[in-house]
Design a protein around this ligand. Structure first.
Ligand code: G3H
Ligand code: 13P
Ligand code: ZN
Length: 359
């Protein structure tokens, strides 16, 4: 068994200057494909489940799939992470099901739609960190609201996220407030609002600094050089995936995601966890569409799922290589959550809270 906490994994990533893609999982096919890519490239892996994934597959099924992945790949450290936890109950129940990391997304209220105020975010995130660290589980917090700097809109696209128009102040994490937030909540990693959003339709053109604000990442990293930063909404929505999807009968209007080279700039400046779901969805859906288009008499689900798993495996292997995750799995010896809990209690994991200089 090689389950690893997010904190241990990101500490290793920081020490060796790489990033770790966090892939969303809902089904056996996704778990198998991501693990095949991790095994082929010797990469540690973050598998994350949204609340939607947990209700789609069921907590027991998801937990058992991850257990199976561990048994099949004992050499690969696996971090199981709750994506966008909306309250204490979601985070606690994830811990009960063996998650080694939880995101408490207090940038939104528990309805996952209404932007929360700063005091609410600090209070709820601190409560989750206090609980989680007692059992060695890591916590990711979020400050600032994900959404588009082009339109000012949050992201209703995948059914959750802020509703309505947001100000630039809300859409961009304030670096000074980030210092205060991290020190108050003691989170292990901080998700940053910088103009990225979930889903396929992030940007109407190739993003530049006006709509993809990597300067926010740089500013936080300057203030807190040991803090692990997280980029959400980091699918690249590559042209070739859009073309494959459309060539197989799909209808995806031209769109732009976060280019790999921009993610690499983030990794240079403290980004350690890179959330990717949409690219995985498009890769699988394009492959399924192609079988449906090419083989009209096909009805064996495996004939659809096998090429879709291959497409997902190739995509994940590409991200492991690009972010420098490849080759790192065999160099990590997972520390138990019990030992992590002792380290939190002793204060020996507080170095990520250090501030380099006043703003
Ligand atoms: O958080 C965003 C991920 O893409 C998960 O989406 O809530 O539809 O599973 P989901
Ligand atoms: P994408 O929609 O860009 O893949 O982002 C996924 C994500 O941030 C999950 O939390
Ligand atoms: Zn996200």
């Amino acid at each position: 068994m090689a389950r690893i906490s997010l904190r241990q994994l990101l500490d290793n990533a920081a020490e060796h200057n790489y990033g770790v893609p966090a892939f969303n999982v809902n089904s056996m096919e996704q778990v198998l494909a991501i693990m095949a890519a991790a095994a082929a490239t010797d990469s540690p892996v973050i598998l994350q489940a949204s609340r939607g994934a947990r209700s789609y597959a069921g907590d027991v099924m998801l937990a058992k799939m991850i257990e199976a992945a561990e048994i099949m790949n004992p050499q690969i450290p696996i971090c199981l992470h709750q994506d966008h936890g909306n309250d204490e109950t979601t985070c606690l129940s994830a811990m009960q099901h063996g998650y080694t990391s939880v995101m408490m997304d207090g940038s939104l209220m528990a309805d996952a739609k209404t932007p929360a105020n700063y005091e609410y975010n600090v209070a709820i995130t601190s409560r989750v960190t206090d609980m989680a660290h007692r059992i060695g589980v890591s916590v990711e917090g979020e400050l600032g609201v994900l959404g588009s700097l082009e339109t000012g809109m949050g992201e209703a696209e995948d059914g959750h996220g802020a509703e309505g128009k947001l100000s630039h102040d809300q859409l961009l994490t304030d670096p000074d407030q980030a210092v205060d937030f991290v020190r108050a909540t003691k989170v292990d990693a901080l998700a940053v609002a910088m103009g990225t959003s979930h889903g396929a339709y992030k940007f109407s053109r190739k993003p530049d600094g006006a709509i993809l604000a990597l300067n926010v990442v740089r500013a936080i990293h300057e203030r807190m050089p040991s803090l692990h930063l997280v980029m959400h909404g980091s699918s690249s929505v590559p042209q070739e995936l859009q073309d494959a999807f459309n060539a197989a009968g799909g209808e995806m209007p031209q769109t732009w995601g976060v280019p790999i080279e921009e993610i690499l700039v983030g990794i240079k400046h403290g980004v350690r966890k890179v959330n990717i779901d949409t690219d995985c969805r498009i890769a699988m859906a394009a492959a399924i569409r192609k079988v449906a288009m090419d083989k009209k008499s096909e009805f064996d689900p495996r004939a659809f799922m096998k090429p879709s798993m291959a497409a997902l495996r190739d995509l994940c292997a590409n991200r492991f290589e690009a972010f420098g995750t490849a080759g790192k799995a065999s160099k990590i010896k997972p520390i138990s959550l019990a030992t992590m809990a002792k380290q939190y209690a002793a204060g020996s994991l507080d170095h990520n809270l250090a501030v380099a200089h006043a703003a």
